[in-house]
Ligand binder design. Structure first.
Ligand code: SAM
Length: 279
C-alpha cells in the first residue's frame, strides 16, 4: 500500500538540494551535442501547484524554494534550476514547482530520451497529464525492477535519479541491491540517490552511504544539507544526495553552492552541510 504523496513536500529544502544537483548534472550532459538518457525510478506526479491544499498543509516550500526565488540574482550558479521552475511560472510569481520529471523535461533536447517510472496509480495518471512529449516514456511499474530492465539505455550516456519515499525500510536495501545490478549492466552511467537525514532513533543514512561506497563505482560523491538539529525520536532535519560516477567538476559546483544554501535554508543554528568523497 503506497501512501506517500510528494505534493505534501513539493519545493521543500530537500527538493531544492535534489533538483539543484539534478540540474547541475543535466547541464553537464547538455555540454555535448551527443544525446543522453535520463531515467527516473520514482517520478511522482511530475509537477505541483503550490496552492493545492496538500501542499498548503505545511507549506514546506516556504522553507525551501521560496527563500531563494525572490533573490535569484544572488544565485547565478542555479540559473539552470531556476529556468526549469520559470518554465512553469511565466509571470514573476511562484505558483508551480517542477518535480524531477519536469526538471528533466526542461533540459531535454531532441536527441535525448527520458524514461519515467512511478508505481502509484494516481500519481502515474498525473505524471501522464503533466508530461506528454516526444522522447518521454512513462512506465507504471516498480522503479527498482524497471531500472535494471532498462539498462543499458540508448543513448548510452546519461543519468539515473533514484528517489524513493523510504516509507518501507526495505527501500534502503533495494537501492543498494538495484545499484549493484545496474553497475553490472551499465557501469558508466551517472547514478544519483536521494536519502533523508532522520532522527537518531530511525536514521539509516550511514548504512546506505557505506553500501553505496562499496559497490564498485570508482568515484562516489556525497552532499548533505542539514537545516536544523537532529531530533532523538522523529523528524527529518536534512537530506543527502550520493552521486556515483559524478560528472567533471560537480564537486566544485557543490562546494560553491552548499555554504550559502545551508545558511539561506537554515531553521536553527545546527544547520550546515557536508561535501565528501565516499570513494
Ligand atoms: C519522493 S517521491 C518522488 C519525487 C520526485 N522524484 C521528484 O523529485 O519530484 C517518491 C515517489 O515514488 C513512488 N513509489 C514508491 N515506491 C515505488 C516503487 N517501488 N517504484 C516506483 N515508484 C514508487 C511514490 O508513489 C512517490 O510518488
Amino acid at each position: 500500500m503506497l501512501s506517500y504523496r510528494h505534493a505534501f513536500h513539493a519545493g521543500n529544502h530537500a527538493d531544492v538540494l535534489k533538483h539543484a544537483v539534478q540540474a547541475f548534472i543535466l547541464e553537464s550532459l547538455c555540454a555535448k551535442d551527443k544525446g543522453y538518457s535520463y531515467i527516473d525510478t520514482h517520478s511522482g506526479a511530475g509537477g505541483y501547484t503550490l496552492s493545492h491544499e496538500w501542499t498548503q498543509k505545511k507549506a514546506e516550500y516556504q522553507g525551501g524554494i521560496a527563500r531563494l526565488w525572490h533573490e535569484q540574482e544572488e544565485w547565478p550558479q542555479l540559473a539552470g534550476y531556476f529556468a526549469a521552475i520559470k518554465a512553469m511560472n511565466p509571470g514573476d510569481g511562484l505558483e508551480h514547482y517542477p518535480g524531477s520529471p519536469l526538471v528533466a523535461a526542461h533540459f531535454q533536447r531532441q536527441q535525448d530520451r527520458v524514461n519515467l517510472m512511478e508505481l502509484h496509480h494516481n500519481e502515474v495518471e498525473l505524471l501522464r497529464q503533466n508530461l506528454a512529449g516526444d522522447g518521454v516514456a512513462i512506465h507504471h511499474r516498480d522503479g527498482f525492477e524497471g531500472l535494471v530492465g532498462l539498462l543499458p539505455p540508448t543513448p548510452k550516456r546519461g543519468l539515473v535519479l533514484i528517489d524513493p519515499p523510504y516509507e518501507l525500510k526495505e527501500d534502503y536495501q533495494r537501492v543498494a541491491t538495484t545499484l549493484q545490478k545496474a553497475y553490472k549492466r551499465w557501469p558508466i552511467g551517472i547514478y544519483s540517490v536521494w536519502y533523508p537525514l532522520l532522527a537518531k532513533a530511525v536514521d539509516r543514512s550511514e548504512g546506505l552511504k557505506a553500501a553505496l561506497a562499496g559497490l564498485g563505482f570508482e568515484q562516489v560523491l556525497c552532499a548533505e544539507l542539514r537545516v536544523q538539529a537532529q531530533a532523538d525520536d522523529f523528524g527529518m532535519h536534512g537530506s543527502g544526495m550520493v552521486v556515483l560516477n559524478p560528472p567533471w567538476k560537480l564537486d566544485e559546483k557543490l562546494a560553491g553552492l552548499l555554504p550559502s544554501l545551508s545558511q539561506t535554508l537554515a531553521q536553527d543554528e545546527q544547520a550546515g552541510f557536508t561535501l565528501e568523497w565516499l570513494k
